[in-house]
Design a binder for this molecule. Sequence first.
Ligand SMILES: [Zn+2]
Length: 125
Amino acid sequence: MKQSDAQRAWRARHKNHIAKYMVAYNLRNREVIAAGKVVSNRRRELYQRVRAQLKLGGKCVRCGFDHDYRALQIDHIAGGGSRRRLKHDPIKDILAGNTKKYQLLCANCNWIKRYEMNEVYCARS
Ligand SMILES: [Zn+2]
């Protein structure tokens, strides 16, 4: 469906409202999303990310955070995620059933792990 100018303008004015709605929508429809029933093409990518997150347990493996999917990140257990991402898509990998290499971390725990694994590179070094 193509958006009209009026629709586009409305969406631009109500960005925050739409973001909140999307979070609530995804929380309400976790089971539908997990079952892979995609409601609209536009949301397929987002749903795939949420489905991959649910396959990994749906919460941070370190602290248990599960309040907002936007703060959950797919982590390569062995490290080096940012280099590997160039070659393949972890979300497709996970949805295909290859979950062993990955874990779900919240943004805070992921950064702490990066420091622990010495994966924080300083621009000045
Ligand atoms: Zn955490």
